[in-house]
Write a protein that binds this ligand. Structure first.
Ligand code: HEC
Length: 124
């Protein structure tokens, strides 16, 4: 299994322009706010993922469920870099899974910006 997975991940890393783009600081407020929007089709797919997959645990309106609320009010005081890290790596010992296999860091940053804006229909 591991042998088959590794080349696939390498291909992913090479073919995802977003993965290498952007300032290395990424964690600062400015870095997250500057997150470039993915292509429109990918943006729609990411927002659908947010509503459906994330919503399964965080509530259909992301106001909380098994996982905490992901509303602007709930997230405003938290460092964006920590939120991005949680999305990519999950939280060990909790139900929060890692999304790194499905999202680039740039995409995770963009999702956090969408969550903070509270406008999940922005890219429609
Ligand atoms: C299987 C359930 C589950 C799914 C699916 C899930 N989460 Fe979570 N998430 C959790 C739980 C539980 C926590 C709280 C972990 C803890 O106790 O620290 C959490 C925490 C978080 C946090 C940190 C919130 C904070 O206040 O610090 C963020 C951000 C987050 N999730 C985003 C997402 C996103 C984005 C997705 C979809 C890509 C997602 N989650 C999908 C269960 C889930």
């Amino acid at each position: 299994m591991r042998r088959a997975l590794l080349p696939a991940l390498v291909v992913l890393a090479v073919t995802c322009p977003g993965a290498a783009a952007g300032p290395p600081d990424a964690g600062t407020t400015a870095g997250a706010a500057a997150a470039t929007a993915p292509e429109p089709a990918r943006s729609r797919a990411l927002l659908a993922l947010l509503r459906q997959d994330c919503g399964a645990c965080h509530g259909m309106r992301l106001t909380g469920g098994l996982g905490p609320a992901l509303t602007p009010e709930a997230l405003r005081t938290k460092p964006q870099s920590a939120l991005v890290a949680t999305i990519l790596s999950g939280r060990v010992g909790t139900a929060m899974p890692p999304w790194r296999p499905f999202l680039t860091e740039a995409e995770a940053r963009w999702l956090v910006v969408q969550l903070l804006a509270g406008d999940l229909d922005a890219a429609r």
